[in-house]
Design a protein around this ligand. Structure first.
Ligand SMILES: [Ca+2]
Ligand SMILES: [Ca+2]
Ligand SMILES: [Ca+2]
Ligand SMILES: [Ca+2]
Length: 453
């Protein structure tokens, strides 16, 4: 008989007797999502069902927000340390369930800015994931009290912003303070720098300061009106060519030019890339290069060209036709290029494939005083854009072109602001703080992998 089977409890259902065997009943209080929800049942003359609620699987006193029927406010019900009211810490996740993560929730960028070398300028920066250090080339007069001669040096910094080698002099040629550009090539840094009346030099230096022989990549006579190297930039196809781009200025004439240097340190000839372009930047992706610049000749647009590792097979495209764009920056996140530029009122961002196909964007953010100076990939596949226009600051944007948080890194303004690292590794920044003979010189700052940590 059924009555012989009954355990006297209603909440686990009414037991049945079938051919002499007791079978459990069906609990009367239904719960369609027992992973994320719970429902109470009170024993009485019959079962009394309570309301469906989020489960508290981690026992922190807050119910799961994943219970669709009755969402609680525990945004992670498998970690007891994460719940409303918890302290936000720098870990890349939302600890207090307010929908904001780390920097976006008020945490500050890690570390302090430090003067790397006073009376110096023309800095740039690259990160070595192999050695977990940053390389920072710059130009500086030998004698800080005099205006010349200038030399170009490389510093190596660890992730505490401490110099690990005595600066390596890249050249001893006097009387020219040119731009520098650096990237990590897999086993050493590749550095491009101006020297000796705008001649373009290249050499590799290891993290411990061992330098290869200097390569003269281009000189005044190599290209019509190669007269003033500006906005140098370098990237490398892993194991293959280094790609170097710059814009040259001769009187009112501007042009974006580029060349490659092989793995055996042999430079190519010069490739014209963007007519009437200025402030070019290069990045590498999937065995080729992407180059972005501002079209100064028209004053109306940002341009881009995707190139093979030999710099040929170019496709040049207009990224923007808005007026007043001042600089176009480009980086790769390993999947697409992220490209940003600004005009007087807006910041723009879009993604472009290695084949030059448009991705998302252009996303438009109406902010002024934020001229992009550099860009780097973040650990979640997005990008971090830096600017020194009104202070040293950064703005993150997702790989789907959604702008995130704008935050201050240093209250001072800076020019030539560069950022490297990221992608789950520490970020390093270098910038020129003031002009030559400003005692502040080149400054650096190292941020954590989550910016604040
Ligand atoms: Ca919980
Ligand atoms: Ca929790
Ligand atoms: Ca956090
Ligand atoms: Ca939070």
């Amino acid at each position: 008989m059924d009555a012989d089977c009954s355990d006297g409890k209603a909440c686990n259902g009414v037991e049945k007797c079938t051919t002499g065997t007791c079978h459990a009943g069906t609990p009367p209080c239904s719960n369609a999502d027992p992973v994320n929800c719970v429902v109470t049942c009170t024993e009485g003359a019959s079962a009394v069902c309570g309301a469906v609620q989020g489960i508290d699987a981690d026992g922190d006193g807050y119910r799961s927000s994943s219970c669709a029927a009755a969402p609680g406010n525990d945004c992670n019900d498998s970690k007891a340390a994460i719940h409303p009211g918890a302290t936000e810490i720098c870990d890349g996740v939302d600890n207090d369930c307010n929908g904001k993560i780390d920097i976006a929730d008020g945490l500050k960028p890690l570390g302090t800015s430090a003067v790397l070398w006073s009376n110096a300028l023309n800095s740039s920066i690259a990160y070595s994931p192999t050695d977990n250090v940053f390389g920072v080339p710059l130009s500086k007069p030998d004698n800080a009290a005099s205006a010349a001669p200038y030399n170009t040096y490389l510093f190596v910094l660890d992730t505490t912003n401490t110099k690990t080698i005595f600066p390596v002099a890249l050249t001893s040629v006097a009387n020219f303070s040119g731009p520098t550009a650096i990237t990590w090539g897999g086993s050493d840094f590749g550095i491009a720098y101006g020297d000796d009346n705008s001649d373009l030099k290249f050499r590799r230096v290891t993290s411990s300061g061992t330098a290869s022989a200097q390569v003269s990549a281009a000189n005044d006579g190599d290209y019509p009106s190669l007269d003033l190297l500006v906005s140098l930039s370098i990237a490398r196809v892993p194991g293959g060519n280094w790609g170097i781009v710059w814009h040259e200025a001769f009187q009112s004439y501007h042009n974006v030019l580029g060349l490659t240097v092989s793995a055996a340190d042999v430079p190519s000839g010069i490739f014209p890339i963007g007519t009437a372009g200025v402030r070019a930047q290069i990045a590498s992706l999937n065995g080729g290069f992407g180059v972005a610049w501002y079209e100064s000749g028209t004053g109306t647009s940002a341009g881009m060209s995707n190139r093979t590792s030999a710099f040929v097979s170019s496709k040049t495209q207009t990224l923007s036709t808005t007026a007043g764009s001042t600089k176009t920056v480009i980086a790769s996140n390993g999947t697409v290029y992220g490209v940003a530029w600004a005009d007087a009122t807006n910041l723009y961002f879009r993604t472009i494939s290695d084949a030059g196909a448009a991705g998302c964007g252009p996303a438009v953010l109406p902010i002024s005083g934020f001229v992009p100076s550099d860009i780097v990939a973040t650990k979640n596949g997005g990008f971090l854009i830096v600017s020194g226009s009104t202070k040293i600051e950064a703005l993150d944007v997702s790989s789907s072109c959604v702008f995130g948080t704008r935050f201050t890194i240093d209250a001072d303004t800076g020019t030539n602001v560069h950022i490297a690292g990221g992608g789950g590794k520490p970020y390093g920044l270098a910038w020129d703080d003031g002009s030559l003979n400003d005692a502040k010189g080149v400054q650096t700052r190292i941020l954590g992998a989550n910016i604040c940590d």
